[in-house]
Design a protein around this ligand. Structure first.
Ligand code: SF4
Length: 349
């Protein structure tokens, strides 16, 4: 329906002039592309940059990652969020060692068999690292194509998404498919942005249906999203003889990351709860502080309560008393920033 060869040529010419410089660009290294794409999911480029450099210093090649343990990988990922990406990267690296002789395959169908690699990442690795002509369709690409091709239907519907995916696939050129995919990503991130796109700077405006109809701001038509569910926690930061109480999470959310106790009780009953359930007699050591952390579908509303208990207490089931030094070596999610700061403050005093 569209003059895709003209569109890809215009986009590549724009990319050659305006491409953002990034350390994972201009190299044909599937492992580095994989790491960068895993980190970039739901995360801004600026945030990813220092993590990417540090991660590759620690795990310069895929076998280094495969030979590491999960706690080490999560520590490198600490603060980046969406920790299942890190766990899947490790699992996937081990799978590549076992099933593909340590080399990521170039075929998207094989890439998709690897843990943590979905259609988007498979497309990105195959096209960027191996020059395979496949699309890499993410939210940015769906937005650009819904505007470019004037798709005025809810992109949450499977048939609409399919239509957009096949348009995106048809537009990928034979030559430089990896650069082309990165050019669409850049366009979606810097010009054809959500809300108000900057059409005056767009290399595709003369081909764009939404631009011609003046309704780019109302596209794509998104599914109605439900507000995230609020969950309340009381979070005692208990100090006992120079140590504080933490646990390694086994729940699917933030599994393998460390946390302060998350108690499902009213802040006023924290101390009786601790005594009854964990046999810890503690008392307040400061004013409670409210903290909030928003996940995709969930909001944690936390009352962080500094507390002090008698020294020499044994580890309660699932928990560990740790010193400040041990605490610094454990991986905590950003959701724990406020309690972590409180613990450091008291332990350093
Ligand atoms: S002209 Fe505007 S709406 Fe169309 S692709 Fe470019 S930035 Fe997006």
């Amino acid at each position: 329906m569209k003059q895709f060869s003209l569109i890809s040529a215009s986009l590549l010419a724009w990319y050659d002039r305006c491409a953002r410089t990034m350390p994972w660009r201009g190299i044909h290294d599937p492992y580095r592309t994989w790491v960068s794409e895993a980190m970039l999911q739901q995360t801004r480029v600026d945030t990813v940059l220092p993590y990417y450099e540090r991660f590759l210093q620690r795990f310069p090649a895929l076998p280094d990652l495969a030979a590491s343990d999960e706690a080490d990988v999560l520590k490198q990922w600490e603060g980046l969020g969406y920790y299942s990406r890190a766990r899947n990267l490790l699992k996937g690296a081990r799978q590549v060692m076992e099933q593909f002789g340590g080399q990521l395959p170039s075929e998207p169908a094989l890439l998709r068999k690897i843990s943590g690699i979905g259609p988007y990442t498979a497309g990105a690795i195959a096209s960027i690292a191996y020059d395979v002509r496949v699309p890499a369709v993410d939210g940015n690409v769906l937005r650009v194509f819904s505007r470019l091709c004037g798709i005025r239907e809810n992109i949450g519907l499977p048939e609409v998404r399919k239509k957009l995916e096949s348009l995106a696939a048809a537009a990928v050129p034979e030559k430089r498919p990896g650069d082309y995919n990165q050019a669409v990503m850049d366009l979606g991130a810097t010009v054809c942005v959500p809300g108000t796109p900057d059409c005056t700077r767009c290399p595709l405006s003369s081909f764009c249906d939404a631009f011609a109809h003046g309704d780019a701001e109302s596209l794509p038509i998104m599914p109605v999203s439900r507000p995230p569910k609020a969950v309340r926690w009381s979070v005692p930061v208990i100090i006992s003889g120079g140590r504080t109480l933490v646990r390694c999470r086994t729940e699917s959310l933030l599994r393998g990351m460390w946390s302060f106790p998350l108690l499902d009780c009213d802040p006023g009953s924290v101390f009786s709860f601790l005594e009854k359930k964990y046999r810890i007699r503690a008392q307040a050591a400061g004013d409670p502080v409210h903290a909030r952390h928003v996940f995709t579908h969930l909001v944690w509303e936390m009352d962080v309560i500094p507390a002090i208990a008698e020294p020499g207490l044994p580890d309660p089931a699932d928990f560990r008393w740790v010193t400040l030094e041990t605490l610094s070596g454990l991986a905590f999610p950003a959701a724990m920033n406020v309690p972590l700061q409180a613990a450091r403050h008291i332990l350093q005093a």
